[in-house]
Design a protein around this ligand. Structure first.
Ligand SMILES: NCCOCCOCCNC(=O)c1ccc(S(N)(=O)=O)cc1
Ligand SMILES: [Zn+2]
Length: 236
């Protein structure tokens, strides 16, 4: 009989539990949204947000995809599932796949999208810093926007066009072109919401997820640019 070489890869989410015990929890993200099992919104108050537009922002290559830091400038997210607390935008970033059409973290009825944008907010009513809030069950609220290939996204392009300048992990470029994060959200603001976690280590169960139902369109070129520069943080 011949020996079949069995190599078990010891990388990726399956091993995160070894280093990050929180990843073994009961409210881990991302999840597959089974639309038939979602309850109707009931009488939740409307979700409202306000972002500042004219302030310097920095785009960073954190080693996966890219991240835009809001540098503490004022903003507010409240209502919906957030009770009476007011949340503030800390940063926003994206997740793209290495193969087009498979980049999103959340899936809807088993379907993945080309990418997913996350706008990360923290509870300023209860906590004094993002880091503190990130460790609390009601500390963070992340708006998730599903991205699909279609027409070019002009607001997102203000970031995509800077990617050639942050090709290496740790690179950062600051820009002051006016940008309204509200323009990254879909027109129709129906959403699914559930209590979950950070989707990357330490996978802390501190996120109220708010995932918009309507995908937002980005051009194939914008996806290619992201794929070219950010395939899981590696420069290709
Ligand atoms: N155990 C104390 C709490 O520590 C958590 C701090 O984590 C800081 C680094 N990670 C993040 O800020 C972070 C933010 C958002 C997302 S995601 N993809 O879920 O939106 C994933 C990760
Ligand atoms: Zn994310």
């Amino acid at each position: 009989p011949y020996l079949v070489p069995v190599v078990i890869l010891i990388v990726g989410p399956a091993t995160w539990v070894e280093k990050f015990p929180e990843a073994r929890g009961t409210r881990q993200s991302p999840v597959d949204i089974v639309t038939s099992r979602a309850s109707s919104g009931g009488s939740a108050p409307p979700l409202v947000w306000r972002y500042s537009v004219n302030h310097p922002r920095s785009v960073v290559n954190p080693g996966y995809c890219w991240r835009v830091d809001e540098n503490g400038y004022d903003s507010e997210l409240r209502g919906g599932p957030l009770g009476s607390d007011v949340y503030k935008l800390q940063q926003w970033h994206c997740h793209w796949g290495s193969v087009n059409g498979e980049g999103s973290e959340h899936t809807v009825d088993g379907r993945a999208f080309s990418g997913e944008l996350h706008l990360v907010h923290w509870n300023t009513s209860k906590y004094n810093s993002f880091t503190e809030a990130a460790g609390q069950p009601d500390g963070l609220a992340v708006l998730g926007v599903l991205l699909m290939v279609g027409s070019k996204h002009d607001e997102l392009d203000k970031v995509v066009r800077l990617l050639p300048y942050i090709q290496h992990k740790g690179d950062k470029v600051t820009f002051s072109e006016p940008l309204n994060p509200a323009n990254l959200l879909p027109k129709r603001i129906a959403y699914w919401t559930y209590p979950g976690s950070l989707t990357t280590p330490p996978c802390t169960e501190s996120v109220t997820w708010i995932l918009f139902k309507e995908p937002v369109q980005v051009s194939a070129e914008q996806v290619r640019l992201n794929l070219c520069y950010y395939v899981n943080g590696k420069n290709v």
